[in-house]
Ligand binder design. Sequence first.
Ligand SMILES: Cc1ncc(C[n+]2csc(CCOP(=O)(O)OP(=O)(O)O)c2C)c(N)n1
Ligand SMILES: [Mg+2]
Length: 578
Amino acid sequence: MAEAAVKTIDVNAAERELTDGFNLIIEALKLNGLNTIYGVPGIPITDFGRMAQAAGIRVISFRHEQNAGNAASIAGYLTKKPGVCLTVSAPGFLNGLTALAHATTNCFPMILISGSSEREIVDLQQGDYEEMDQLAIAKPLCKAAFRVLHAADIGIGLARAIRAAVSGRPGGVYLDLPAKLFGQVMDAEAGKKSLVKVIDAAPAQIPAPAAVKRALDVLKSAKRPLFILGKGAAYAQADDAIRSFVEKSGAPFLPMSMAKGLLPDTHPQCAGAARSTVLKDADVVMLIGARLNWLLSHGKGKNWGTAPKKFIQVDIEPKEMDSNVEIVAPVVGDIGSCVSALLEGMGGNWPAAPADWVGAVNSKREENVAKMAPRLMNNNVPMDYHGALGVLRTIVKERPDAILVNEGANTLDLARGVIDMYQPRKRLDVGTWGVMGIGMGYAIAAAIETGKPVLAVEGDSAFGFSGMEIETICRYNLPVCVVIFNNDGIYRGTDVNRAGGSDPAPTVFVKGSRYDKMMEAFGGVGVNATSPDELKRAVNAAMDSGKPTLINAVIDPAAGSESGRIGNLNPQSALKKK
Ligand SMILES: Cc1ncc(C[n+]2csc(CCOP(=O)(O)OP(=O)(O)O)c2C)c(N)n1
Ligand SMILES: [Mg+2]
């Protein structure tokens, strides 16, 4: 007996001096303030999730890794710290990889941590459980990819991942953790010393004074100046400097979708409602954290008119310059440092923006706003997009700190135009790819990271990509109100099978579906809303109560248009026109 007791004490003493991969990863995350993990459990990371939760990390468990990954990516956007997504090997990793690639394309800092199978077996392709060379597959789809083989390297591995994710232009990073690593044991003291607290993970990148002066000279010479603010500007959290800079210049500004609210959409300089006019007529365009990609028609072609233009671009990535058109004044650095330098360089006697240009943009904007106003007040039943969005527009105006998540085609494009935003980083949407499926992941992370109420405005098709996560919303009791614009399908619910067979057309769904009943299955509030009044009452009740709510907003199946506002991107068959 006595001998056995002594032995136990010895084992405990030995254990006290040892640590392992599980604990080192948890400690490394905590040391760097990464206190939330979005993921899906399974071999080899189930116990890791439990232990992380026990150690005080918030572990949000999803129903599908793509949604967990999207949540992590938007957490990165909102906080400037990498959002962490945790998955199992092969299929779980691949499910998360879509979100990692999305994060990279959208310049959101994120780390995808996936468990992986036995290296020795994987590399000899001997058919291990969930065998896959995950590191090689991740590499071309993210900003950086690392694998940690030894417990002693966990600290350095995570430090590298954090720096790669947030420094320079942010993006997605893959961190491969083989199953064996978790159980690897090492001396506790040495383990503690091996951890790295990353200092100044995203160092300021100060623009060259000559570049700042060149940009200001071009801006000063403008007769019809225009600012375009992108989500890079919103990400920078340099809200006051950006606002002062834009206001001091007096020139019109155009917010890209996720930059809406950086300055309020109701700001007198906002040209959102005069977009086509300003793009066509501006002579100097300053891009701040916005890229000249397809969303801006690559800076050329008919949307940009024939008036000669000069482009100034402020961006952290030097290779962004001249990507589509010539940039006459590149300003390379982090947005906060660049805008502060530009503001300072303006000095005390910066000339007012040309009054004829400002006046022309204002009258176009007022004309367009007046044209839209009666459509937004219509009370049609079944609802059309404008009637339903008119209600949501008022609700967001009354609750400017709520976060709006938005995806779909018509549901996206029309909501973007109709719903004004008043504060920075409150509008989260499909981003650079126009991807469906971000909805519930974004809504969950927005609620978790900010504690604010979330309104998710979803096309019925868009919702389907992440819809199962309403169980997650109910499970964590999150203040999320999902409004589904249910028009029975993709773009419209009226398409027919052109062969006349019994299969429905590829773009239509079950008619008259009741998505609200899905929410009730998980204990949330479900409402079927058929009129703007019913919609208004239901959304206000949800936002007041903070209870997980799903509102099935019945929209006229004939109201939408093909691909929303980007139907021009559809290839056309020449034969059809004969
Ligand atoms: C991952 C992904 N798959 C498919 C698409 C193509 N797509 C674009 S919009 C859309 C759905 C549009 O329908 P809905 O969300 O109901 O909006 P509506 O126009 O009907 O309001 C789809 C499937 C996409 N953008 N992303
Ligand atoms: Mg639809």
